[in-house]
Design a protein around this ligand. Structure first.
Ligand code: CP
Length: 307
């Protein structure tokens, strides 16, 4: 049985197959509308979510299956002290596959070790968010035609932003990707990510000012300052408006640069940018449904059954 706990659980070939399947789903959605008839997805969300939980639910419904689950720890027996290990044993009796979001790093891995069904990490603390990465990779591949040969600027909270950690881990497996890491000193990527870049001889630089590097970027990946992971509210207030992408900064960018953001956004992208044809963050949301449909089919072993 296969789980998805980290983006590296899929080889590059498996990832490319999954992205091909997601593209086919986007072109021929009707072909897939009954593939999961009778199957159930459980969404176990111990932390708030709009996109990830609802896109998983939409994905399973689009495939003909059904969904059950909880959207907060408070509304589950976790509030009575039940462990993740016990919960997943129970859920394995109710569902065929599950997506879990948890504030503690590694909780989905603990669940997977006791689970009778595939477990998908839907975000664990400040650690990883592999299905956002699948969404990001599909978005980049659909917009640029390839996952090789580009410069990506990752901007904002690179310390706590789990989508950034997962995306860097994945993109280093492709050819000629250059990373420009744009953050205040206090929110730089963790050392273990820098170690990964160095060990793989990947070109990267760390800068503080977005304006200085804007003209070099093919992709700008904006992120929110993760208020919920700060220990001190004053630190959050000092950092929260450090970057605001607006029209004047977009004027410095290439005409074919794309702006991505995992969302939710707070202030870091001005709404005036939304109408710019280079703003791709709402397209990204749509790709997230296709890629999660492809992932459910793959983990349930149904991907090869479709004619
Ligand atoms: N991108 C993302 O994980 O959004 P949600 O927190 O709304 O799921």
């Amino acid at each position: 049985m296969k789980h998805l706990l980290s983006p590296l659980d899929l080889s590059v070939d498996e990832l490319n197959d999954l992205l091909d399947l997601a593209r086919d789903i986007s072109i021929n959605p009707k072909k897939y509308s009954h593939v999961c008839d009778g199957k159930k997805l459980a969404t176990l969300f111990y932390e708030p979510s709009t996109r990830t939980r609802l896109s998983f639910e939409a994905a399973m419904i689009n495939l003909g299956g059904s969904v059950l689950g909880f959207s907060s720890a408070d509304s589950s027996s976790a509030s009575k002290g039940e462990s993740v290990s016990d919960t997943i044993r129970v859920i394995s009796c109710y569902a065929d596959i599950c997506a879990m979001r948890h504030p503690k790093e590694g909780a989905p891995m603990v669940a997977a070790s006791k689970s009778g069904i595939p477990v998908i990490n839907a975000g664990d603390g400040g650690h990883q968010h592999p299905t956002q990465t699948l969404t990001d990779l599909m978005t980049i591949r659909e917009l640029r035609g390839s996952l090789d040969n580009f410069t990506i600027g990752l901007c904002g909270d690179l310390k706590f932003g789990r989508t950034v950690h997962s995306l860097i881990n994945s993109l280093i497996r492709y050819k000629n990707i250059k990373f420009i890491l744009i953050s205040p000193k206090e929110l730089r990527v963790p050392d273990y990510i820098i170690d990964v870049l160095r060990e793989n001889n990947v070109e990267y630089s760390e800068v503080e000012k977005l304006e200085d590097v804007m003209s070099q970027l093919d992709i700008l990946y904006m992120t929110r300052v993760q208020r919920e992971r700060f220990f001190n509210e004053d630190d959050y207030l000092r950092m929260k408006n450090f970057y605001i992408l607006d029209k004047s900064k977009m004027n410095l960018a290439k005409k074919d640069m794309f702006v991505l953001h995992p969302l939710p956004r707070v202030n870091e992208i001005s709404v005036e940018v939304d109408d710019d044809p280079r703003a791709a963050y709402f397209k990204q949301v749509q790709y997230g449904v296709y890629v999660r449909m492809a992932l459910i089919l793959t983990l349930l072993g149904l991907d090869k059954e479709i004619q």
